[in-house]
Design a protein around this ligand. Structure first.
Ligand code: SF4
Length: 432
């Protein structure tokens, strides 16, 4: 049997965030060797509909939903069976079943072989759902060989050491999906997987929260010191980071940069979003702690929380400038399907629904009525802050500081340039 796994094109490929579909490499790794498996990613290559395959699996998030439907429709028109999985089918299974023969509504590690057997024998079910969250220890390694030679990504060098998040922030689809649980890989498996990557280039650790368990993180960091790699942490919670030993071990094991999910500098907004574990008064100390060992910091922010008003944009810019963050990422708040935030908006009659809704998850469309400002005020202020944070002056300053203090200068340079590209893609034109 020939199985093709597909990542559809994102509505807007965020210039700061174009990575290979790791989840498909994981599935390919779990696939029995008598099944021939390939991966196509529409973000960097054309889907080859003429290639002979028996079964197509499509991973779907909200930003890829419409493209997933188009791809699925075309394969089914050609008589090929299609199934979908991922966070979007879990939230909107019926809509996916209008385009796919089958949907997988859970993680698949423990049921993957059964699913494939069913497809082989033509006895597949419409809906698959594992009863429990599977362990991820001792599994076959992801098929990095299927991603390694693809061109067009910011990097092909990435790994996930854990799945899940212990928190359940109101707006986050990860919080809903993982139900407060985290599963970790064995450290030996992580080391074996790192050895499949290019150890001369920085490796991205794409966990939702790499340091959710500080003691586990310390063991991991100690174990990878001998590998002498450089690595970037793509997700960490601000509540976990007061531990100097943890930060020093991260540095010793090769960490050059970390992303921290600040989201907002408004305590009330954090509490209302069930993210009260972030303590605004600790933000600056946390950034200083990483800087003290030479690790660069990327802060993430969202705008449009209920407690935000037009003043929030100015105070956030001031915080970002004063705190000497090396990189910033920011987004409008989005009502992701299945999240408590979306349900609350519906109850409060504030959700803006239209038939092209999934198309609008594209980084600059506001999809609900804000609480403490008008729709227009939020959009205008978001454009203002996007351009301000991606201004030549602020990007140059961040790069200069990173070079001066030897904080991952190359990484900081690329991230700031990509930020400018991202804002240019959103709003076009030139700005200061
Ligand atoms: S926002 Fe971060 S901390 Fe909150 S649920 Fe999502 S991944 Fe977890």
């Amino acid at each position: 049997m020939k199985l093709k796994l597909i990542a559809p094109k994102c509505n807007v490929t965020q210039a700061t965030n174009c990575f290979p579909p790791y989840v498909l490499a994981v599935l390919a790794g779990l696939t029995p060797s008598d099944i021939q498996v390939s991966i196509q990613d529409e973000n960097i290559e054309k889907i080859d509909y003429d290639e002979q395959v028996d079964l197509v699996g499509i991973t779907v998030i909200v930003q890829t939903a419409n493209n997933a439907f188009r791809i699925a429709d075309e394969y089914r028109r050609r008589g090929i069976t299609v199934f979908m999985g991922g966070i979007f089918p879990e939230a909107c299974p019926e809509q996916c079943l209008e385009h796919a023969d089958s949907v997988v509504l859970s993680e698949v590690e423990e049921i993957w072989e059964d699913i494939l057997e069913d497809f082989k024998s033509g006895t597949y079910k419409k809906v698959y759902k594992a009863e429990n969250r599977p362990e991820i220890k001792g599994l076959p390694l992801p098929r990095h060989d299927l991603l390694k030679n693809k061109k067009g990504y910011l990097t092909n060098n990435l790994i996930m050491t854990s799945k899940g998040c212990i928190n359940r922030c109101e707006f986050c689809s990860a919080g809903k999906h993982w139900q407060g649980q985290v599963k970790t890989k064995d450290i030996e498996d992580i080391i074996a997987e790192i050895k499949l990557l290019d150890m001369n280039e920085p490796i991205l650790f794409i966990d939702d929260n790499l340091i959710w368990n500080p003691e586990y993180a310390k063991s991991l960091f100690r174990s990878i010191i001998p590998l002498r790699i450089k690595w970037v942490c793509c997700g960490a919670c601000v509540d976990s980071i007061e531990d100097i030993e943890l930060v020093e071990l991260a540095k010793q094991s090769g960490c050059i940069s970390t992303l921290l999910g600040f989201e907002t500098i408004n305590e009330r907004a954090l509490k209302k979003s069930r993210k009260g574990f972030n303590k605004v008064e600790k933000y600056k100390n946390t950034i200083d702690l990483f800087h003290s060992v030479g690790i660069a910091v990327q802060g993430t922010f969202i705008f449009g929380l209920d407690e935000d008003n037009t003043e929030s944009f100015k105070t956030t810019v001031k915080f970002i400038e004063d705190s000497e963050l090396d990189m910033v990422t920011f987004n409008l708040l989005y009502p992701y399907p299945g999240t408590p935030f979306r349900e609350r908006l519906k109850r409060e009659n504030r959700l803006i629904e239209d038939k092209n809704e999934w198309e609008n998850f594209s980084y600059k469309h506001l999809m609900f009525h804000p609480k403490n400002m008008s729709y227009e005020e939020l959009c205008e202020n978001f454009e203002w802050i996007s351009k301000r944070l991606a201004s030549k002056k602020l990007c140059a300053k961040r790069i200069y500081e990173a070079v001066l203090n030897n904080r991952a200068p190359e990484h900081v340079f690329h991230q700031n340039i990509n930020l400018r590209k991202h804002v240019a893609a959103m709003y076009g034109g030139e700005w200061e």
